[in-house]
Design a protein around this ligand. Structure first.
Ligand SMILES: NC(=O)c1ccc[n+]([C@@H]2O[C@H](COP(=O)([O-])OP(=O)(O)OC[C@H]3O[C@@H](n4cnc5c(N)ncnc54)[C@H](O)[C@@H]3O)[C@@H](O)[C@H]2O)c1
Length: 261
C-alpha cells in the first residue's frame, strides 16, 4: 500500500488485529510509523501477526491475548498495552464473529456470543480506552480517534445473518452516540462498513461456494472481491487529522457493491 499518512510517535490499539482486515490496518499503521498493539483471542494469530508486520525489527508492534467478552481480560490487556506504548491515540475495533444460519436455527448461545463479541465487547473496549484517551486529551490537547469496523450488513436484511447484521447495526448506532458524547472530550468516533472481503472470516465458505463469490463480483462495479488491504487506506484516513471534521459517520467501503444490493 502507498503510505500517505505519517504516524511517527502515535500509538494504536487494534482489537481483532490478529487476522484479516484488522491485521491489514495494523500493518498500515505500522508502515506509517505508529506503535501498534494488537489484541486478539487467538494467541497463535497474535504471534504470527507480530512476526508478519514487524519482521526482524518488530519492537514497534506487540500483541496480547484478549477476550473482548470478558471485562477482566479487556482491563488487563489494555493495561499491558498502555504500560508498553502509553495511552493510545487510536483504537481500531475489528473483532467479530458470525454464524451463517436461519434465525430459527441459531442457538441462544450462538446469539449471545455474536452480540457479546460484536456489540457489547466492542462497547466495553471503547469505554475502557476512551476514559484513558480523555485524560490524555485534557492533559495534552489534540484529538484521538476510535474506528469501529462494522459492515454493509448493518444496513441490509440478508437472510442467515440475523444476529450478525443486528449486531453491526447496533455497532453503527453506538458509534454515532459515542461520537456525539465524546467529540467535545477530544475523541472522534467513526465506523467503516466493509462489504464481502476475502479473509479467514469467510474464505472457507467462499472456497466451498464459488458461485457466491461469482455473484458478489458480478454485483461489484470494481469487478473483484475485496482484500483486507483495501481497508488500510480508508482506515488510516479516518484515524488521521485529515478527517477531524468527520464525526459519527459509518462509511461504506465495498467497491460499489451496495449500488446493486
Ligand atoms: N470478511 C468480510 O467479508 C467482512 C465483511 C464486512 C465486515 N467485516 C468485518 O470486518 C471485521 C474484521 O473481519 P475479518 O474478515 O478480518 O475477520 P477475521 O476473522 O479474519 O478477524 C477477526 C479477528 O477477531 C478475533 N476475535 C474473535 N472473537 C474475539 C474475541 N472475543 N476477543 C478478541 N478477539 C476476537 C479473531 O481471532 C480474529 O483474529 C469484523 O468486524 C467483520 O465483522 C468483514
Amino acid at each position: 500500500m502507498e503510505t500517505k499518512f505519517f504516524f511517527e510517535s502515535k500509538t494504536a490499539i487494534v482489537s481483532g488485529g490478529g487476522s484479516g482486515i484488522g491485521k491489514a490496518i495494523a500493518k498500515g499503521l505500522f508502515d506509517s510509523g505508529a506503535n501498534v498493539f494488537i489484541l486478539d483471542i487467538d494467541r497463535d494469530r497474535c504471534a504470527a501477526a507480530v512476526r508478519e508486520i514487524g519482521g526482524e525489527t518488530g519492537g514497534r508492534v506487540k500483541a496480547s491475548f484478549c477476550d473482548i467478552r470478558d471485562a477482566a481480560s479487556v482491563a488487563e490487556a489494555v493495561d499491558t498495552a498502555i504500560a508498553d506504548f502509553g495511552i493510545p491515540d487510536f483504537l481500531v475495533n475489528s473483532v467479530a464473529v458470525t454464524k451463517r444460519k436461519p434465525a430459527l436455527e441459531l442457538s441462544e448461545e450462538e446469539i449471545d456470543t455474536i452480540l457479546s463479541t460484536n456489540f457489547s465487547g466492542v462497547f466495553r473496549l471503547c469505554r475502557h480506552v476512551a476514559a484513558r484517551m480523555m485524560e490524555q486529551s485534557k492533559r495534552c490537547g489534540g484529538r484521538r480517534k476510535i474506528l469501529n469496523i462494522a459492515s454493509t450488513g448493518a444496513m441490509q436484511g440478508s437472510k442467515n445473518f440475523s444476529a450478525y447484521n443486528a449486531s453491526k447495526a447496533a455497532l453503527v448506532t453506538l458509534t454515532k452516540v459515542l461520537a456525539n458524547e465524546w467529540c467535545s472530550a477530544g475523541i472522534n468516533v467513526n465506523a467503516l462498513c466493509p462489504g464481502p472481503t476475502n479473509t479467514p472470516f469467510v474464505s472457507g465458505y467462499y472456497d466451498e461456494h464459488p458461485e457466491i463469490v461469482a455473484g458478489i463480483i458480478s454485483r461489484t462495479p470494481a469487478g473483484r472481491i475485496a482484500q483486507p488491504e483495501d481497508f488500510a487506506g480508508p482506515a488510516l484516513f479516518l484515524l488521521s487529522s485529515s478527517s477531524d471534521w468527520i464525526v459519527g459517520e459509518a462509511i461504506v467501503c465495498d467497491g460499489g457493491k451496495n449500488l446493486n444490493g
